[in-house]
Design a protein around this ligand. Structure first.
Ligand code: C2E
Ligand code: CA
Ligand code: CA
Length: 653
């Protein structure tokens, strides 16, 4: 930064605008110096007092209080000033009295007393024909240890030296002699030196102060950056955790009456997409403001993305509704809102990270729901999350130890009610957690993108089971496998299927692949290509859960399915709902028109089966023909002929 000459000059004279920091810094150094100076003065004066008193006693005159006070008046004044200065300076440094103008006055008085003393002593010394050391010492003392503004020190020192020089001349004249030229030179040299040192000391201190101030500013900024979220300017998550940790230990609060909140701005993704990043950020800033405002006694931070966390007294939960409506009020076009999950710590020892995780888990359960937008982390969630962790941590072991295996549910032809296939459904029979159904572990595995491991395990087991059955010369029916959308994220999904099928020498027409309808609504070209490839390789492709999603018809157009599995919701309340029959009829008719065969899931009564047969549905699956069962059970029903095997699968060459 270039400075004009005028500014430089102002600086040199010390009349530029100084920041509070610099002013305080200078005063602080002065006060510290004053401590040393006052100690020296006190020691010196006590010594002088003692010497002077001894002299008074030695003179033979009786020592009265009056003669003591009179004889020592200069030393006493200086001593008392020194003591006052010391007490004041110590109090100032300790932070009791931080009034700068007042402290300047105290130091000035102290300085003036010291100088007058030097002046006085030296005057008599000089008059006695002695040297001027006392004066000089005090001038050095006050002028060169304390920091004065350059103009002030120049004026002050010049006046003092000039005054004393006058006195010297007068004393000399009275004595009938002249001030010696050596003294004159020395005297002017003293004056110049003391003034220069004083001024240079000032500049040096100011430079130090500015450097210090900058350092502190940088430090403050770094600290700010370390604890603040850049977008919303509220606390960031690391700082939140630290503040919560402190708060949890605060004896003034009962932590069980406090609550962690995890909040998620609903529909924020859509808003961002529609209005762009900048506008999205503005929403986040406003949400942050609303939260800060609503939970002013609590701790509020942005966790990440559109997620916020709050630690506040539980009574503030009642504010959630108003927070939500204020957030809604930010935007009319895209319905943004607020979902909240909460967790109440049970003791001071609960880690804020874990507490936030729990609140987040609770929040996730209300995410895509329209009826509720708040949930507390309760015993049910606690159990679920424990299980989720268990599942993720034990998947590999469960696969390795074959705790995970396929159960088989029979599929029959509607016309003959004879067995024409099985659907392989995963079961996890765990020594610790017991019997787990897909509903228990599939959501967790999908969330952690580990589902492909499970499906690979099922593929392997199914192929192994088919091989064994073939080797025993028993009839074998096609088995359908469930594929998750996420299976196709793994690059060699289809290759892996092929390799496994080939390794066990299983004919490909014995394997069907089921893909859920909702999977396909998130259509990607890649998925379409994968389906086409499966089809080309000779695996029958079945569309699972038809009718449970929204985009059913498009899907039929875009993919080549061999069969369509009508979701079991069509059969729920079959006899009670008059709409069931015409609906089923039109679905089967539609599939027929497209040349796709149909399978109805969830068939539980003969009435349903008869109706489905009548409308031309080809296959049936449901508890009526058997629940999912272990491999041996499936083989048993084949051997025992409980569900006779359809003729075409009786023998296999
Ligand atoms: P899904 O493919 O629709 O499987 C049918 C589900 O309905 C099975 O539940 C089955 O036990 C049940 N079910 C069958 N017949 C009836 C009936 O008559 N009445 C009633 N109320 N239910 C019946 P499950 O075995 O719990 O499987 C649930 C879902 O988990 C499956 O739905 C499938 O989407 C998924 N899944 C199961 N195994 C696997 C697997 O190995 N891999 C993948 N990716 N998903 C699987
Ligand atoms: Ca299925
Ligand atoms: Ca299904």
């Amino acid at each position: 930064m270039d400075q004009s000459f005028g500014e430089k000059l102002k600086k040199w004279f010390g009349v530029e605008r100084k920041s509070e920091y610099v002013k305080n810094y200078l005063q602080e150094t002065n006060i510290r110096s004053a401590i040393y100076m006052s100690v020296i003065v006190i020691v010196l004066e006590i010594w002088m007092l003692q010497r002077q008193t001894k002299r008074l006693v030695d003179s033979g005159d009786p020592l009265t209080l009056q003669s003591f006070l009179y004889g020592n008046r200069n030393f006493l004044i200086l001593l008392i000033t020194g003591i006052i200065m010391l007490v004041f300076a110590v109090a100032y440094v300790r932070g009791y009295k931080k009034k700068r103008p007042f402290s300047i006055a105290v130091i000035s008085i102290f300085g003036a007393v010291c100088l007058s003393f030097g002046f006085y002593v030296s005057y008599y010394d000089y008059a006695d024909g002695k040297q001027i050391m006392a004066f000089l010492t005090m001038a050095l003392f006050v002028g060169c240890i304390l920091v004065w503004n350059p103009i002030l020190s120049f004026v002050m020192l010049t006046l003092i030296f000039h005054g004393f020089y006058q006195i010297m001349e007068r004393v000399a004249a009275a004595g009938g002699f002249q001030v010696r030229s050596g003294d004159q030179v020395n005297y002017i040299t003293f004056w110049i030196s003391v003034t220069t040192v004083s001024i240079s000391l000032y500049h040096q201190r100011v430079a130090e102060a500015i450097k210090d101030e900058n350092l502190e500013r940088v430090n403050r900024h770094l600290h700010y950056m370390a604890v603040t979220d850049e977008t919303t300017r509220i606390s960031n998550i690391q700082n939140f955790m630290n503040l919560c940790r402190e708060k949890m230990q605060d004896p003034a609060i009962d932590v069980t009456q406090w609550v962690y909140l995890f909040m998620n701005v609903e529909n924020f993704g859509n808003y961002n997409e529609k209005y762009g990043y900048e506008a999205g950020n503005q929403i986040l800033v406003n949400v942050a403001k609303i939260l800060k405002d609503s939970f002013e006694d609590g701790i509020v931070a942005r966790q990440a993305d559109d997620h916020f966390v709050v630690f506040t007294a539980a009574e503030n939960l009642q504010k959630l509704e108003s927070v939500r409506s204020r957030v809604r009020g930010l935007e009319n076009d895209v319905r943004i809102g607020m979902n909240t999950g909460s967790y109440r710590p049970t003791s001071r020892e609960v880690d804020p990270n874990i507490a936030c995780d729990h609140a987040r888990t609770a929040c996730a359960t209300v995410r895509k729901r329209h009826d509720v937008n708040y949930r507390e982390y309760d015993a049910v969630l606690e159990k679920q999350s424990h299980r989720k962790k268990y599942i993720i941590n034990h998947l590999d072991q469960a696969i390795e130890k074959r705790y995970i295996r396929p159960y088989y549910q029979p599929v029959v032809f509607a016309k003959t009610r004879k067995l024409c296939g099985f659907e392989a459904l995963a079961r996890w029979i765990d020594p610790e957690e017991g019997f787990l159904s897909p509903g228990d572990f599939i959501p967790a595995l999908e969330e952690y993108h580990e589902i492909y491991k499970l499906d690979r395990c099922i593929i392997e087991s199914v192929c192994r089971d088919i091989r064994e059955t073939l080797d025993k010369g028993l009839p074998v029916v096609p088995i359908s496998l469930n594929f998750s959308r996420l299976d196709f994220e793994v690059p060699d999904a289809i290759d892996h299927l092929n390799r496994t099928v080939d390794r066990y020498q299983v004919p490909r027409d014995l394997i069907h692949v089921e893909i859920t309808e909702s999977t396909l609504s998130e259509n990607t070209e890649k998925l379409q290509a994968s389906c086409a490839e499966l089809h080309k390789l000779g695996y029958a492709l079945w569309l699972d859960d038809f009718g449970s999603g929204y985009s059913a018809l498009n899907v039929l157009k875009d993919y080549e399915f061999d069969a369509l599995k009508i979701d079991m919701t069509f059969l729920s309340n079959f006899s009670g709902n008059p709409k069931s029959r015409p609906l089923l009829k039109s679905v089967v008719g539609l599939a027929d028109a497209l040349g796709i065969s149909t399978l109805a899931e969830g068939v539980e009564t003969e009435e349903e089966a008869d109706f489905l047969e009548e409308i031309g549905c080809e296959r049936l699956q449901g508890y009526l023909y058997g629940k999912p069962m272990p491999k041996d059970g499936a083989i048993d029903i084949i051997i025992a002929g409980k569900v006779p095997v359809s003729e075409e699968y009786q023998t296999r060459n």
